[in-house]
Design a protein around this ligand. Sequence first.
Ligand code: PLP
Length: 220
Amino acid sequence: MIEENVRRILAELPSGVTLVAAAKTRTPDEILRAIAAGITIIGENYVQEAREAFAAIGSKAKWHFIGHLQKNKVKHAVEIFDVIETVDSMELAERIERACVARGRTMRVLIEVNSGREPQKAGVLPEEAEDLLREVSTLEHVSVQGLMTMGPRFGDPEQARPYFKETRDLFVRLGQEKLPNVEMKILSMGMSNTYNIAIEEGANMVRIGTKLFGAREYKK
Ligand SMILES: *Cc1c(COP(=O)(O)O)cnc(C)c1O
């Protein structure tokens, strides 16, 4: 089932679009099945869960952090992840910088944009993204690679389109700034019910969980 889902979605994605398997609540065994079928990037929302999966799977895949990163988990995150997709404040970026200095590495990150301007949601507001990007670009061990957005959840995926469009416009505009230490090349948006629309609006990375692994039983 997982294997079939992975192969089908990989086959249907246009070339140039990278698939991240969103693996929250999935067991290392399920993740390994997805990798065997062709998944190369695992997305994790919780550092503790990621550490367990990473201990079993290690570098058989790349690891992207896609959840809300708590400040006290940054040190562990820097031990595991290849990309942190959810940087939304200078304070968080500075903590990543310090942890990277201690570990002698650079972290690639995306700036998470709160495209729906939802008060309870993570992400920098679109109008504040440029200022944040300029600040983060001063950090030597943090390399910005693009933008990520969730967008509001709707019953009808079509309603997500304007939020993807706005994030894409921001992505293009910020890319034209040519800031040092910043490459605007990854635009991560779209989940199981919205990835086709996100791709139409310019996403080149999609994060899919349910359509690969089946429905989640919520543990958290
Ligand atoms: C869970 C999750 C996804 C995938 O959601 P599905 O609807 O299961 O495809 C994508 N991105 C983030 C940030 C998530 O937390």
